[in-house]
Design a protein around this ligand. Structure first.
Ligand code: ZN
Length: 448
């Protein structure tokens, strides 16, 4: 990773960070790969992997990270001096896609072999049709002394979900109801392909077919990220939700002044946000709480001190936000109308889908004003339910002052999304400012 100083010429900085982001996304077709990409960057910066099942000896100034299920990750560095609370930046590692079912080969009309897949998360289904797709994920391998797991990514155009021709459905352009079982099965080959799926996966994993004990495989869009617009002011890419926030916050975490601020810096990427965060490794799990409590104990602090630290902590939950749609501006709130390239979006929701309140938003505004970061506001139209994210769910396990933000984008939950070329850099700058800030958080007042 190239380190781009934020005081560099802005256009260069924006373009370079976007290029780095697109490369990160390209290497991260699934949550497993996204965590591996984060781990690689962390290790390049001197971070040491800790296993949850091992004893932890932590040093002042030490840099560490922990993964759970290989699909969620928490990284932290132990300050050299005393600290007043945790500074957490959380986003998610997963994106809506299709998971390959067990024994996935389906025969069609004695002429084709299709794959049996099911939805993961709430995706737009139409854009998955008629584009080259492939497979990536994790495979369990039988070895002489047990089971090993291996990440695989088939790096070629492999699959396609063909549309039904307009001649066979004249009403297709008037709205189509997609049946996830019958309409979305990708074509894997002709009838001769039947029986070859496992051998293809075994070949990719570099093992014998009989060694494969299990697979967590997902479809991914083969189309690479790119720059768009008359002045290349936009980017198009798969999985911008939420790898744009994951990458931006990690980059800011790594680039932050290690001697700045009075907080204990923590970076989090959680899996399973797209299915509600309730899993062994999701934001609704004990993963974050377990780590914070173990770190606290390993550093010789009491449980009472842990609770005092949590009360003095602050969380930024980062998940992408909807920009006003150029063809459907009526879908946005009449006043709060985010635009791509116009900065960080602070997200509000009266029904606690987002954690933001006036107090936490005030903290963000101070941080962003001081760091010269533009920001804007998102709320749903009052007659639309909108989405949710992981901040309030994480707060059920580790309850602390929190704000929800995101980067403005279009086509959310499509396999190819659109965002601004500037906004990732703004998030990097916010993460740097946040981790470097002196803050004193109490229930009554926040000094910053
Ligand atoms: Zn998201």
């Amino acid at each position: 990773m190239r380190i781009i100083a934020m005081d560099q010429e802005p256009a260069l900085c924006f373009h370079q960070i976007s290029e780095d982001l697109l490369q990160f996304i390209e290497e991260s077709p699934t949550a497993f790969h996204a965590v591996a990409s984060c781990a690689k960057l962390l290790q390049e910066h001197g971070y040491q992997r800790l296993a949850e099942c091992a004893h932890w000896e932590l040093q002042k100034g030490g840099r560490y990270f922990v993964t759970r299920n290989g699909s969620s990750i928490v990284a932290f560095r132990v300050p050299q001096v005393n600290y007043s609370g945790y500074r957490l930046f959380c986003s998610h590692t997963d994106s809506p896609t299709f998971k390959v079912k067990e024994e996935p080969e389906l025969e069609a009309d004695q002429k084709y072999t299709k794959l049996n897949v099911e939805k993961y998360g709430g995706m737009l289904m139409a854009p998955w049709f008629d584009r080259p797709l492939s497979l990536a994920g994790r495979v369990q391998i039988a070895v002489s002394d047990g089971i090993e797991q291996r990440l695989i990514r088939i790096d070629r155009d492999l699959l396609l979900i063909p549309s039904l021709a307009i001649h066979m459905n004249r009403e297709a352009n008037d709205g189509f109801h997609y049946n996830a079982q019958t309409d979305l099965c990708p074509v894997f080959g002709d009838k001769l392909a039947k029986g070859t799926f496992r051998s293809l996966i075994a070949h990719e994993a570099g093992v014998e077919e009989g060694q494969i004990l299990g697979m967590d495989l997902f479809l991914y869009n083969r189309q690479r990220g790119t720059f768009l617009g008359g002045a290349e002011e936009f980017i198009g890419s798969p999985r911008l939700d939420d790898l744009q926030c994951l990458y931006g916050s990690l980059r800011g975490f790594l680039d932050a002044d290690e001697n700045g601020g009075n907080g204990f810096p923590v970076f989090c990427g959680f899996d399973n946000e797209e299915t509600g965060s309730v899993s062994r490794q999701g934001a609704g799990s004990t993963f974050l709480r377990d780590i914070l409590m173990r770190v606290n104990a390993a550093l010789g602090r009491t449980e009472e001190e842990y609770h005092r630290l949590v009360a003095g902590s602050f969380l930024i939950s980062a998940d992408n936000a909807h920009a006003v749609h150029p063809n459907h501006p009526e879908k946005a709130d009449p006043v709060n109308r985010p635009q791509m390239n116009h900065g960080i979006v602070i997200k509000y929701n009266a029904n606690q889908k987002y954690t933001t309140d006036a107090k936490s938003a005030a903290v963000l505004q101070v941080l962003m004003s001081r760091a010269d970061i533009p920001y804007q506001i998102f709320t749903n139209r009052s007659d639309m339910a909108g989405g949710s994210t992981l901040g309030n769910i994480s707060n059920t396990q580790v309850s602390l002052q929190a704000v929800d933000i995101g980067l403005p984008q279009l086509a959310m939950h499509s396999p190819y999304e659109m965002a601004g070329v500037k906004d990732t850099a703004y998030l990097v700058r916010l993460a740097q400012a946040f981790y470097s800030a002196d803050m004193e958080v109490t229930d009554e007042v926040i000094r910053i």
